[in-house]
Design a protein around this ligand. Structure first.
Ligand code: 13P
Length: 240
């Protein structure tokens, strides 16, 4: 049995809310056993919040306000009612955004200042994985960030995102154990998590939840992941 609460987070990326997601009985709504969080586009945030869903933004700019055309600050995201924000998702570390470790560290600090929980995304590319550089890359990605107990870390190997490929649960466990020693609170696994493999990842001692892309757009499959997590609850301690 796990202590504390697992997080199952849906990252809808650049997709509108799936049909039925905002209706009564939807698997995206909060439940008593685990934390369910939805990362919607900024345009869907309010609708989700009104429906009772715990939400996060997929990105936020680290300055509070001013002449930054197209940007939305962490403060504004917080005022809108979102409780979480993703920082450094691999799709934003890649072109055309090219977010750097320095910029991502600023985002995490800005989110904390604004009063929302950052979920810092880290993970190696396939090339780095094949060259056995995973731990070096993770070290580098975590180095500049102040990892308070309010920071959640999502390990998302870039080669596993949207590819149907995953590390084995025990490989992922080793990396999560390494990440946990660096600080922060809960650590989530992301990358081709689905209704079938979720349980094997979530039962690993240092995996405290999942950040799910493709499978989170299918309410039935997302519900299977939520149920897998609920079946394992009870173990994590020490997060804010
Ligand atoms: P997939 O679940 O589609 O691999 O995406 C993972 C992800 O990027 C979540 O942030």
């Amino acid at each position: 049995m796990k202590q504390g609460r697992l997080i199952i987070a849906a990252n809808w990326k650049m997709n509108r809310a799936p049909e039925g997601a905002l209706a009564e009985g939807s698997p995206y709504l909060p439940n008593k056993d685990i934390d369910v969080v939805v990362f919607a586009t900024l345009l869907d945030l309010r609708r989700c919040i009104v429906a009772g869903i715990i939400t996060g933004a997929q990105y936020g700019f680290p300055k509070e306000k001013g002449a930054y055309t197209g940007e939305t600050s962490m403060q504004m995201i917080c005022e809108e009612g979102a409780q979480y924000v993703l920082c450094g998702h691999s799709e934003r570390r890649d072109p055309p955004h090219n977010e750097t470790d320095e910029f991502i560290a600023e985002q995490v600090a800005s989110a904390l200042k604004a009063g929302i929980y950052p979920i810092l995304c880290i993970g190696e590319t396939e090339k780095e994985h094949d060259a056995d550089l995973t731990f070096d890359v993770i070290d580098r990605q975590l180095k500049r960030v102040t990892l308070t107990p309010k920071v959640t870390i999502a390990y998302e190997p870039r080669w596993a995102i949207g590819s149907g490929k995953t590390p084995t649960p025990s490989e992922a466990q080793k990396i999560h154990a390494f990440i946990k020693k660096k600080g922060g609170s809960r650590t989530l696994y992301g990358g081709s998590m689905n209704g079938k493999n979720a349980k094997d990842f979530l039962k690993q001692p240092d995996i405290d939840g999942g950040l799910i892309g493709g499978a989170s757009l299918k309410p039935k499959e997302f519900a299977m992941i939520v149920e897998a997590a609920r079946a394992i609850t009870g173990r994590i301690t020490g997060y804010a």
